[in-house]
Unconditional design. Structure first.
Length: 609
């Protein structure tokens, strides 16, 4: 790309002509209106330099005032496209001096052609200039100023962001003090002159998928303009994670951003990533539960999330509490869950043991919630009185029983009028009719099942063996339900473990989850694939993404003995210290494992062909 040169004359209007080359910058020429900024007299013979910036590049006006009318002038304008400012930087001082001479003397521009024939290397960059809201400013050089020459203000030094706030900036040398209208312009003489730099995005950033590097709120995919010694504020944006901000200090005029490593990613855990259900499977009201993740309970109040380290999110410790419910504690890989795919957690009502009394002889215990405690577990009885954890049940009114019928002691009987009368056993114990016991037993079991928790008799004064057997069966049923709940939770945790832990280690696999995965590591390590498949089926690991891949590959391996033989042949000479093809630390990396299985299969199939 080349520089351009335009001629401009302001006299009864503004006219401009192309001298050398063309380009977008021609459309940026304008009438400088020097009469409002400079106090010029007819004996002023110098050339005035004015610099203007715009997103397309820089225009350097070299102006010779005319005195035919106030404000008239003739100028040659050097146009420097943004893309070649750096490449042409060294030539610009000489070009400006030569063009100034031609303007001052009114000479032909033809000898200037050599300066505008050169093709410069393009180094494009994004340039966020401020909007020009002010008219003009000036900057002095030479004399007692910090900047001694015009040359020092040309080249890349033209790319001062604050210049962009003005329509134009005069660059005035010694002796120009008398022509400045100070009340009409800002003085930029003491402003720092920075050394601009082009900063390139990382060549091949080793960033996670869906991670975006931004600068100034926009994706950083093109070079940007900065300054040597300055800092560039960058942000890594990754879906599902807190933004990671860092600063890059610009060391030189051309440099590439280095992303710091390793990056400690903080995963955002939203409240909405959990779906808390009550015992009936209905969503619990918002605000009724508190979720603690790996010891963190604080959330961003606006977006309702907390942040934890990525590695902690893979095996997050989750605690859910709510008034009236048993605190739930579990581990889960939160990377598998989100607002659109929440982790469902079913809560269990808190229960405590209550002692129930029926008459003077029969007592039993049940684990009940506060709501359940208001109702009798027996269909023919109602709660008569409660003192602390002791509840007295009384016969419901209006039945065909002996309600109101007094026995010789003056107390109401606890049997129906139609039932067998009380009998005295061998030891003189109080006996209840079989029919009455059957109804009490059936009511107890119904109460146990409806309550959803194990209950049991404690100190039953009198009763038949069939009632005790029904209570025992109800206990076993509730224990089985509790075990199934525990197994279900362990199953979820096993699946999360297999899918979130990149390396399977013997110590962990043999000990976690009540030892249920014990032996899996050894079976894989010794190629006992039938045992691996059987254990995976027994543990119902088909919900695991990683296990599904492994299961499919092992089914292929066991379909032909030759496949396993080839696997043994491939790995027999490998370094035993590396635990065959797994990893130097003895852990099994599933990706490596599957790769080696595929290698053995392909080698076998090739030999067969």
């Amino acid at each position: 790309m080349k520089l351009s040169l335009f001629s401009q004359i302001v006299k009864n209007g503004e006219d401009s002509d192309l001298v050398f080359n063309g380009g977008e910058l021609r459309n940026k020429l304008f009438d400088v209106r020097i009469e409002g900024t400079l106090k010029l007299t007819s004996d002023y013979k110098e050339v005035v330099c004015l610099l203007t910036l715009n997103p397309a590049g820089c225009l350097i006006y070299l102006i010779k005032p005319l005195f035919s009318r106030m404000g008239d002038y003739r100028a040659l304008v050097v146009a420097v496209p943004r893309q070649v400012v750096f490449a042409a930087s060294a030539d610009l001082p000489g070009i400006v001096r030569e063009v100034s001479k031609v303007v001052a003397k009114g000479e032909d521009t033809a000898p200037l052609a050599k300066w505008f024939e050169k093709d410069y290397e393009e180094r494009d960059f994004d340039w966020k200039l401020p909007v020009a809201t002010k008219r003009y400013a000036y900057r002095k050089y030479g004399g007692g100023q910090k900047v001694k020459t015009l040359d020092a203000l040309l080249g890349t030094a033209m790319l001062q962001d604050y210049y962009g706030e003005y329509e134009g900036v005069y660059l005035l040398g010694p002796g120009a003090e008398g022509i400045i209208r100070h009340d009409a312009m800002d003085d930029l003489t003491d402003k720092k002159v920075s050394s601009p730099a082009i900063v390139y995005p990382p060549m091949s950033p080793s960033l996670p998928q869906s991670c975006q590097l931004t600068v100034g709120g926009e994706e950083f995919t093109r070079p940007v303009l900065s300054s040597v010694g300055g800092s560039l504020r960058l942000r890594l944006v990754r879906e599902g994670y807190a933004n990671h901000d860092f600063q890059f200090k610009v060391p030189q005029a051309m440099c590439t951003v280095l992303v710091p490593a390793p990056i400690e990613w903080l995963y955002k855990v939203y409240e909405s990533a959990f779906r808390i259900l009550d015992e009936a499977g209905q969503p619990m009201a918002a605000g009724k539960t508190a979720v603690e993740v790996s010891g963190i309970v604080g959330v961003n109040k606006k977006e309702k999330f907390c942040t934890i380290k990525e590695e902690n999110a893979r095996q997050a410790q989750i605690t859910v509490t709510s008034d009236g419910y048993v605190p739930l504690r579990m581990n889960a890989n939160l990377l598998n869950y989100s607002k659109s795919n929440p982790l469902e957690i079913r809560m269990e009502r808190a229960r405590k043991k209550l002692t129930y009394k029926v008459g003077r002889k029969i007592t039993f215990e049940l684990a009940r919630t506060d709501e359940e405690a208001l109702f009798s577990p027996l269909p023919d009885y109602e709660v008569g009185d409660r003192k602390g954890d002791v509840v007295t049940l009384r016969r419901k009114a209006g039945r065909k029983s002996g309600v109101g019928k007094k026995n010789p002691t003056g107390r109401s009987q606890l049997i129906d009028a139609e039932d067998d009368e009380l009998e005295t056993g061998a030891h003189g114990r109080f006996q209840v009719s079989r029919w009455s016991l059957y109804k009490i037993g059936a009511g107890l079991i119904a109460g146990l099942l409806v309550g959803g928790f194990a209950g049991w008799f404690s100190g039953v004064s009198h009763g038949e063996s069939n009632v005790r057997e029904e209570i025992r069966q109800a206990q076993e049923l509730q224990e089985r339900i509790a075990k199934e709940k525990a197994d279900s939770l362990l199953h979820v945790q096993m699946v999360d473990y297999l899918d979130s832990i990149p390396k399977w280690k013997k110590e962990e696999m043999d000990s976690v989850f009540d030892g249920r995965m014990g032996g899996l590591y050894d079976a894989l390590n010794t190629y006992d694939f039938v045992k691996v498949l059987d254990q995976g089926n027994a543990l119902q690991l088909g919900d695991s993404r990683e296990w599904t891949l492994l299961d499919s590959a092992l089914n292929v391996m066991t379909s032909k003995k030759e496949y396993t033989d080839k696997l043994l042949e491939i790995t027999k000479n490998e370094d035993e210290q590396k635990h065959k093809f797994f990893s130097p630390d003895g852990s099994i990396t599933i990706a490596n494992f599957l790769k080696k299985l595929e290698e053995a299969k392909n080698a076998t199939d090739k030999e067969v062909k």
